[in-house]
Design a protein around this ligand. Structure first.
Ligand SMILES: [Zn+2]
Length: 175
């Protein structure tokens, strides 16, 4: 049973009154949201994003991995080429959440099961403590030499039980 027909029907409804053909490539809010793949934490809903507002990067946990560092560094390069140098290149918001699947990665048995079955090391994406994970991830961005310092970074935790967001780290320039 595929959901494709439902999804395509929804697209038809979306396209019926489409009026976003002239959106620029660079997001209007000059913002990147890094968040979890969890279906309950869709930033379009949780943060009220409109089409064209922000770039969204999602992975397990919304963690800063090497892949995310490469992605952000590439985007920063593109923005500086396309948008010209500005005092602040763009803003990056890390949005992690309660009841995250990445908390399971903190379980050593689960870690070794994934290592054995799939050959992946998920220990670096494990969430032991939500506030600490957000702070660690901002440090990882700060320590990444590929990422320019003129990016404004903040860290948030979304509570899936209340829909509310707690600001863990206020917006601050990386360097
Ligand atoms: Zn999650």
């Amino acid at each position: 049973m595929s959901n494709l027909s439902t999804l395509l029907e929804r697209n038809q409804a979306f396209a019926a009154d489409f009026s976003s053909a002239d959106l620029p490539i660079l997001p209007k809010m000059r913002t990147i949201i890094l968040t979890c793949v969890d279906s309950r934490v869709d930033p379009a809903h949780v943060l009220g994003l409109e089409l064209g507002d922000a770039v969204v990067i999602r992975n397990n946990g919304g963690r800063v991995t090497n892949a995310v560092i490469e992605e952000v560094a590439t985007l920063a390069f593109m923005v500086s080429m396309m948008g010209g140098e500005k005092p602040i290149l763009f803003e990056l918001v890390i949005l992690q959440h309660t009841q995250c699947g990445a908390e399971r990665f903190a379980d050593p048995d689960f870690q070794s099961a994934i290592q054995t079955k799939l050959g992946f090391d998920v220990s670096t994406s494990a969430i032991h403590n939500h506030e600490q994970s957000v702070k660690t991830d901002i440090e990882s961005l700060r320590n990444a030499s590929e990422i320019p310092g003129n990016i404004l970074v903040s860290g948030l935790i979304y509570d899936v039980k209340t829909g509310k967001i707690q600001e863990v780290v206020a917006p601050k320039q990386l360097a």
